[in-house]
Design a protein around this ligand. Structure first.
Ligand code: FAD
Length: 491
């Protein structure tokens, strides 16, 4: 039997920028409980390097940022959501700075850099570790807030749903199932990059949010649009080490083995640059070259990238750095309106797990931290409480938890690898709809069916189930879209 339920007003699943930021806003209206499956800093946010897009330069305006976002997104974006995000950006960044995020500045004036697809310099940043700084500042605020409880090492297993309403989630904590009942449940569980063999995403990005939402009957949208970052460091690392687009923004060039700068525009949007690199790599390796800059500048501007590459024997001031595309960002997700509301009552989603329609078929660089921030920044106007009588009617599943050293757990680790291979091979940067239909989908269906039968579980097994279900969703969406669009490079 499950443990006694925990009761809260707002249950937030995930402790990245979207979850932490939402929690700080919601705590003014009621009790917030954040569950996060590892330590609170284990998030995609903590890995973000480049920065956040916002219109603050005198030569820039909202119209340009909106146009750049729509162009990168192949026009598939929800224009209303894009306008909402772009116009709210400067205020949201100001609030983040007031909370303590120390964006690079000169005498108080924010410095701006450039990324692919942006017609202006409009990225605010903290060195090459913007996300780490944001995660640290927000985590500290959350941990000292009297109205917020953060439960680390707590795995959200499934949403508690009755009659198309959400009542919280069933979680695993210390090998026991713990129901958490809430008036409002907010999914901020990030992306799904780990379903691919080569990804820049941390281990937590296993698509749990999308999978839970599918099982709950929530609408999912645009999952075929998986963004591949053009410049991961070409070393077999897990996750792969990202070399931020801001390196190109500061003058780095992409060259082939002959040293030729083979692209028309190194700072085109990511779908175009990733495709260009992918095609060039059929002829030979591709490199990022910023060796015309001095060591002192590179060490100061890109401290983390400089040190990491040095560890692997590369000096940015002298060497060309081998790069390759890797799975990076889930543009689609759980369909929400502008307020984060899903089609299920009392269930909301923000950040990478959500699909507000902002990104369309391809996300514009540095718009993801922004989307997570702006949408989760909305003040919760009224806390609509669910009556205790209604909660009493809710039934919980009985689930047996198995040991993390069990054979089933070892098997699920192998299955994860199998999923990663299939997705990289068939739903990677270039896809063939026919091969997806004939080979990848039947294989994934089989894996999914096999995993669904496992009834005694633990977080490792649940992750493999979530990876299979999310992969299936991507494959189904990719099979249907026969023509290429944005990051869906299909034939
Ligand atoms: C290497 C890298 C560099 C990037 N650089 C940039 C950049 O410069 N600019 C930009 O705009 N974007 C960047 N991005 C993308 C951006 O970082 C993410 O899209 C964003 O941080 C997502 O925030 P989030 O709050 O939605 O999710 P995350 O920050 O990923 O947080 C998700 C949280 O949910 C938790 N969780 C997941 N599943 C469960 C579960 N079942 N139970 C409990 N908890 C769970 C996780 O542990 C985590 O705490 C980058 C991403 C990567 C990987």
């Amino acid at each position: 039997m499950p443990n006694n339920p925990i009761r809260t007003n707002f249950l937030v699943i995930g402790s990245g920028i979207a979850g932490l930021n939402f929690a700080l806003n919601a705590a003014e209206k009621g009790k917030v409980t954040i569950v996060t499956k590892k330590k609170s800093i284990d998030s995609g946010t903590n890995f973000a390097q480049g920065g956040i897009a916002t219109v603050i330069s005198k030569t820039d305006n909202f119209k340009k940022h909106i146009t750049d976002t729509l162009t990168a997104g192949g026009g598939k974006n929800n224009k209303k959501a894009v306008e909402f995000m772009v116009k709210k950006a400067p205020e949201a960044i100001k609030r983040l700075a007031e909370k303590g995020v120390r964006f690079a500045n000169k005498s108080g004036k924010l410095l701006l850099t450039r990324e692919g697809g942006h017609s202006e310099k409009r990225i605010v940043y903290v060195g090459d570790y913007t996300g780490k700084e944001i995660e640290k500042v927000l985590s500290e605020k959350v941990k000292t807030h009297p109205n917020i409880e953060i439960m680390e090492d707590t795995f959200a297993l499934d949403l508690i749903i009755s009659k198309k309403s959400c009542y919280g989630c069933l979680s695993i904590y210390k090998n026991k199932t713990v129901p958490i009942l809430a008036d409002q449940t907010i999914l901020t569980s990030g992306g799904s990059g780990q379903i691919y063999k080569c990804t820049t995403n941390p281990k937590i990005a296993t698509g749990d949010g999308v999978a839970m939402a599918i099982r709950a009957g929530a609408k999912i949208k645009d999952m075929e649009f998986i963004q591949f970052h053009p410049t991961a460091f070409a070393r077999k690392l897990s996750p792969m080490f990202l070399i931020s687009e801001t390196v190109r923004g500061e003058g780095g060039k992409l060259v082939n083995k002959k040293g030729i700068n083979f692209l028309k525009n190194d700072l085109a949007s990511r779908d175009i640059v990733a495709k260009g690199i992918y095609l060039e790599m059929k002829k030979g390796p591709v490199f990022l070259d910023i060796s015309h800059k001095k060591t002192s500048y590179l060490k100061k501007r890109f401290p983390k990238i400089f040190e990491t590459l040095k560890k692997y024997g590369y000096d940015m001031a002298k060497d060309k750095i081998p790069v390759t595309p890797a799975a990076h960002y889930q543009c689609g997700g759980i369909e929400t309106d502008i307020k984060g509301q899903t089609n299920i009552k009392n269930l909301f989603a923000f950040g990478e797990v959500a699909c507000t329609g902002v990104h369309g078929a391809n996300r514009l660089a540095s718009n993801s931290l922004l989307e997570a921030l702006v949408f989760s920044d909305q003040i919760v106007k009224n806390l609509k409480k669910i009556s205790e009588k209604e909660f009493k009617k809710v039934k919980f599943q009985k689930i047996k938890i198995v040991d993390k050293n069990s054979n089933k757990t070892k098997e699920s680790k192998k299955t994860k690898k199998e999923i990663q291979e299939i997705m990289w091979e068939y739903a990677g940067i270039a896809r063939n709809c026919n091969k997806i239909k004939k080979t990848a989908l039947p294989k994934m269906e089989e894996i999914n069916q096999k995993l669904k039968k496992i009834k005694s579980i633990n977080p490792e097994i649940a992750e493999s189930q979530n990876m299979a279900l999310t992969s299936l969703q991507i494959l189904k969406a990719a099979r249907k879209r026969k023509k290429p669009l944005g990051c869906h490079f299909a034939n």
